[in-house]
Design a protein around this ligand. Structure first.
Ligand code: SF4
Length: 423
């Protein structure tokens, strides 16, 4: 690689890392400034006569729940800030656990979460998971080994629920003075992802005869296993969540490996391993186009093609705004990927998935070309060989980085301008 190309690739990687760092710093500050104190209303589901919360200044650091005569009704404890390094699918969660006066668990709720809303909803409505600690003493929760106890997580929201479980145990241990980082969870799913990355890598680089036939079979496996069985797709909600809260390498090491391969392989070798081999939605669009009769193909007019190709980058800019401003927008609804976990998919995600698959036989991979911000992000870091040069997308990336910097640096001013002064 000559020096000019090396510098260009270094520039792209630096832009990406700098943007991630700005998002992280911004959200660390927001978390520190907005502590979201627990209110009496939040505990009335367990303690109907709750009138006041009194801080427990002892090591447990929770709140005594009292009635209007000052009698103790029970106790509540939240998992943040102790569990702020425990990241689920794409962010941290603040869980509130209620205990009776004898300090036996009555139940829990998630009071606030950066994780995908539909996943949090699934955790809160899973009756079996909600009873995980019911009846247990403080010491029993603190001593719990979740794997040995058979806590498997909620189907469709496995990472979110496991992070909630890890967070609760971690918080109870903190009060016992037995704080240790939660263990790295290596499971079948992680080894499945490792195998997928290895096979995807082989298909990306091999020149063996029969490669195309193997690739087609591999795509069906990717659609079934990474897509419908596990929902392991890269998405803006996931990447933005990791940028905000940190990378979930303890809970989801396999997904971290998939992400690293998706970014590093095209950066170093120019081969888009994820989009070509490992993305279930790309694979499904490709299969639909392959099996459609040739006369169905529709040629997109050049002017329309040019205009639409900007859409993924515009969506990336929108993602940045959502992440840096306190906009109440669920990023999962911006892409079709959550539709693979059908149980927890929202209406916007499902509509996008159906629309992008319906158009695929007529305009192959139309969604990839004209709608996918994740594809645009992966494409941005991809090297392009000797013909590569500083292009419009590199200038646009610098513009977005500058925007992130201004939003981070002058957050208070922006916030006051857009939403009025903070109360
Ligand atoms: S462009 Fe988007 S949908 Fe298409 S293969 Fe890449 S990540 Fe998947």
């Amino acid at each position: 690689m000559n020096t000019r190309l090396a510098l260009l690739q270094l520039y792209r990687l630096s832009v990406l890392l700098a943007a991630a760092w700005l998002i992280r710093a911004h959200h660390a500050r927001l978390r520190a400034e907005g502590d979201r104190p627990v209110s009496v209303d939040e505990v009335r589901g367990w303690f109907t006569n709750a009138h006041a919360l009194r801080l427990d200044v002892a090591q447990r650091g929770g709140f005594f729940v009292e009635d209007d005569a000052g009698r103790a009704l029970g106790y509540v404890v939240r998992t943040l800030p102790y569990a702020d390094k425990i990241i689920g699918y794409c962010g941290v969660s603040d869980t509130l656990v209620a205990l009776d006066p004898g300090l036996r668990v009555l139940g829990f709720t998630i009071r606030w979460s950066e994780d995908t809303k539909t996943h949090v909803g699934d955790v809160l409505t899973d009756r079996h998971f909600k009873k995980t600690w019911n009846g247990k003493t403080w010491e029993e929760v603190a001593a719990m080994d979740l794997k040995q106890a058979g806590v498997e997580g909620v189907s469709g929201a496995t990472m979110t629920s496991l992070a909630v479980a890890e967070g609760v145990v971690h918080r109870f241990r903190a009060a016992q003075g037995e704080l240790r980082p939660p263990p790295v969870r290596l499971g079948t799913r992680d080894f499945g992802l490792l195998l997928a990355v290895v096979l995807g890598g082989w298909l990306t680089f091999t020149r063996q005869p029969g490669r195309e036939r193997w690739r087609r079979w591999f795509h069906w496996a990717v659609i079934a296993y990474l897509g419908f069985l596990n929902g392991d797709l890269l998405a803006q909600s996931l990447l933005a969540g990791w940028a905000k809260s940190g990378i979930a390498w303890r809970i989801a090491p396999g997904l971290v490996l998939l992400t690293a391969a998706a970014l590093v392989v095209p950066w170093v070798t120019r081969r888009p391993i994820y989009c070509q081999q490992l993305c279930p939605h790309g694979a499904l669009q490709e299969a639909l186009a392959r099996h459609a009769p040739g006369h169905w193909r529709w040629r997109v007019p050049v002017a329309l093609d040019r205009a639409l190709r900007w859409l993924p980058s515009a969506l990336l800019a929108f993602v940045l705004l959502v992440v840096m401003l306190p906009l109440d927008f669920d990023l999962a609804g911006l892409e079709p990927f959550d539709a693979y976990v059908i149980r927890s998919a929202g209406a916007a995600t499902l509509s996008l998935a159906v629309a992008s698959l319906l158009i695929a036989p007529f305009v192959p991979k139309a969604y990839c070309k004209y709608g996918c911000p994740t594809g645009a992000l992966l494409e941005f870091v991809r090297g392009r060989g000797l013909s590569d040069r500083f292009a419009a997308r590199d200038a646009a990336a610098a513009g977005l980085l500058l925007l992130a910097f201004v939003l981070q640096r002058y957050h208070t001013t922006w916030h006051a301008l857009l939403f009025g002064p903070a109360a």
